[in-house]
Design a binder for this molecule. Structure first.
Ligand SMILES: CCC(=O)SCCNC(=O)CCNC(=O)[C@H](O)C(C)(C)COP(=O)(O)OP(=O)(O)OC[C@H]1O[C@@H](n2cnc3c(N)ncnc32)[C@H](O)[C@@H]1OP(=O)(O)O
Length: 281
């Protein structure tokens, strides 16, 4: 949690405000494979985030925090587009500074918790990821883009800067020079540019072209599957040590790594591997 009552953040107050802007949903499908699919679902508004969807997101993240069998998560948009940011109708209605900052704190909390899940996360970008939608992609460990799709931090055109944590995360992903260019120019990032600057980890083929070809979701599941093979406690431990390395000062990260190591040392997967005398050829 980035913000709590000690930062003057009143979660109940903003939740009540957000509830007044309904529409759409955030759908969660937990699969036996240990890979969940989180779908941003508000197609009539290009999957823009209504107030109730922000609340939904927080609820889904809570469910994922308590999923011992989980290993990975794919975040996608419904109806062949990713997400067009916050619902502009809600934005207009809460355009006063205090409410804007409360909404921003609520979304920073939710997206930080999403990024810190003990699951390897992938944003599957098809169509457009605009504004808050672009910020959401940075709250995942990886980004895959379908051919023809676009990630665009359009905030400057709205007289804004990112507020859902997207700028801070973007700098860590692509460096401050590239982040300045993307935000200052509201640059349309296509898959090739995304790969070039290190924002994007893979380009997926448009599935509609060839009959019987894998859907984008199947392609993303295959891609993620390379990193989630194995027992859930081990994959979750992998994510935890990388997360602490990414977020904490070195000494603290080392101590966390020691604690996580202690959880897998002598645990069933470790004992099984020792008993099988596995070779890594
Ligand atoms: C955190 C900061 C933020 O996120 S600020 C919000 C940033 N996002 C935006 O400004 C997106 C504005 N919308 C657009 O640029 C276009 O609608 C885009 C997404 C490019 C789609 O264009 P196009 O394919 O021509 O479709 P369209 O404009 O007819 O849209 C279909 C319906 O969806 C709606 N829509 C779209 N985006 C939003 C949004 N963010 N909030 C609320 N509604 C949105 C459009 O208004 C349109 O609705 P309708 O069919 O006119 O009723």
């Amino acid at each position: 949690w980035v913000y709590s009552s000690i930062h003057g953040f009143n979660q109940a107050e903003i939740k009540e405000k957000l509830q007044a802007f309904p529409g759409g949903s955030i759908d969660l499908l937990k699969q036996d494979s240990g890979i969940a699919v989180l779908t941003i679902n508000n197609p009539s508004r290009m999957n823009a985030f209504s107030g109730s969807m922000m609340l939904d997101l927080e609820e889904r993240v809570s469910q994922l925090e308590n999923w011992p069998e989980g290993k990975g998560i794919i975040v996608q948009g419904a109806a062949e587009t990713f997400c067009s940011g916050s619902d502009l109708n809600a934005v207009r209605a809460i355009s006063n500074q205090q409410d804007g900052m409360r909404m921003c704190m609520f979304m920073q909390n939710a997206l930080t918790r999403l990024l810190r899940l003990p699951l390897i996360s992938v944003a599957l970008v098809e169509g457009r990821a605009l504004g808050g939608g672009a910020e959401l992609t940075t709250a995942c460990d990886f980004r895959l883009m379908a051919a023809g799709s676009v990630i665009q931090f359009v905030h400057k055109h709205m007289g804004l800067v990112p507020g859902w944590g997207g700028a801070a995360r973007l700098v860590r992903l692509v460096g401050s020079q590239n982040a300045l260019k993307l935000l200052g120019g509201a640059v349309k990032v296509d898959p090739e540019l995304g790969v070039d600057i290190g924002l994007v980890d893979g380009i997926l083929e448009g599935h509609q072209k060839a009959e019987g070809a894998a859907t984008l979701l199947q392609q993303a599941e295959n891609w993620l599957g390379r990193y989630t093979k194995g027992p859930a406690p081990v994959i979750q431990a992998v994510k935890k040590v990388v997360l602490s390395g990414r977020e904490l000062p070195l000494s603290e990260a080392l101590r966390t790594e020691k604690d996580v190591f202690g959880m897998v040392w002598g645990a069933p997967a470790n004992l099984e591997a020792l008993a099988s005398k596995s070779k890594h050829k």
